[in-house]
Design a protein around this ligand. Sequence first.
Ligand code: UD2
Ligand code: MN
Length: 579
Amino acid sequence: NISKSLGSTEGILDKLARIDNAAKGNITELTEEEGVKDKLVPPGNVPKDHEPAKPRSNKMHKVVPIDRTMSPRDPNAPGQLGRPVAVPEDKQGEAQSRWREGHFNVYLSDLIPLDRAIQDTRPEGCSNQLIHDDLPTTSIIICFIDEVWSTLMRSVYSVLNRSPEHLIKEIILVDDFSTRDYLKEKLDTYVKKLPKVRVLHLPERHGLIRARIAGANIATGEVLTFLDSHVECNVGWLEPLLEQVRINRRKVACPVIEVISALDLSYMTVESFQRGVFTWPLNFGWKAMLPEVIQRDNITEMDPIKCPVMAGGLFSIEKNYFYELGTYDPGLDVWGGENMEISFKIWMCGGEIEIIPCSRVGHIFRNDNPYSFPKDRIKTVERNLVRVAEVWLDDYKEIFYGHGQHLLKYLPNIGDLTEQKQLRERLQCKNFNWYIKNVFPDMGTPLLRATGMLSNPKLRKCLAIENSTFVLESCEGNKKSQQFSYTWLRHIRQGDQCIVPVENEDSASLQPCDYTIVNQRWLHKSQISFHSSLKDHIMLDSTFITCLEADPESGGLVARECSSLKHYQKWRFEKYLVL
Ligand code: UD2
Ligand code: MN
């Protein structure tokens, strides 16, 4: 069931919103010896756009449908061709007890061949696509912590068996300080038999994000291709990715992420025409392209799909470009949010992100992580997201925090952002407004909840600010002093001034807007969900008893006890963007 599998894809990537893993501890900083770049200086010899690293030839060939797993093997082996596998009746208990080793059916994974064949799920036409002969080489970087042996090896074999040999410079397995014994000497010995595979054992837990940087730092290929440690690369997966990077070194190419069932290990294709997007507050998800758009623009199943954000795990990026972008923000911890960071950075600083439908890689989506977080999982992800928001979102931070006010509490603990902000400056990146307008125009959330004149219908007067005090005047649409906005953080704002109640008085005054001041937040319309008769009121969020009231006597604004009967407490903005 395709739509179901997509639904679960989204659900699982969003699971940080639901799962509360309370593991405690501290993540230690990286040591110098590790060679992790925490300075955001691009390395020397960065090739410029206009001077390609090597002479280019325009010779082309059809994608090589390499599948070395096709040589003699048992067609009846369990899971062959990506077929579902059932656990025998007498093994149910074993299968169940082994589930938590990986949070998928580890018993079945161990049963099926490490180099099983899977269905070639590429859209028709992909096999005839032309690819340049002089593609750049790539280093494959697979970070893992406590990955199940069979899934890790199946990932490696799928790369070795389904990629043209000359394009793979190396496969770097970055062991993020795993605890399982088989991932130590046994792994080192085993990979000696495999061509091109190296293991980098990190001396302490880096977290996925800094582990990727550590892998990149020792990579020697022209392109970095990141993969998760429980994937199966499908036929012809690599060349289309490298082709896109070859054409434009600032293009970051992602394969279609297909689904390897956590339950029966079957390989399932996914619906075409899906873009990687986000919903507020920066949750990753998939969004189907509109059929009208597909028809209007004559988009075929083979065409690359521009994505506002990438899922995070699987992509190819030119190595020098990755460093020009400052890699990932090294201040991001463990897991999560790094896909938002790199996506905003790529788009806003002159690059692009595409899903390449002719490249397909299966991935086991799991309901839980088989590894622990040094700190609480949700807190880790949320802190990362706040870091990203503070560097990249500009005015849109208002929407971000408006969709999760609890995120504000991380602000004191997100660490120093100077280098990230300098990087944005140095790369002369465009602003977030440009990004939304050009890359994610269908984002759909207006920047403000309401704007324009703020009137009291009973008095037929509008609120205005004259010489820093409130006055009630006849409404004049083009008068600046009568313009207010109602924001996602529930501020009522004119410029950078926000309305606040004056304590112990029944008046209201102005104060520079500040996300952290609770008294600046007012409920209005749908924000007042508990009392329908107060929907036209403007009620203080922190008390639920104070409302803004027009005072005909003084001709100004007061803040008094809310009552549904008081008509002077009813307000209307000129224009509601969200009711
Ligand atoms: C998705 C991405 C994942 C990453 C994540 C957000 C896909 C298919 N997956 O979650 O790559 O972008 O979103 O951060 O797009 N790992 C470590 N050290 C750690 C934690 C994880 O090495 O401290 C490894 C882990 O073994 C795995 C990879 O990082 O190979 C990604 O972790 P995951 O599979 O738990 O993440 P996933 O697929 O839910
Ligand atoms: Mn994964």
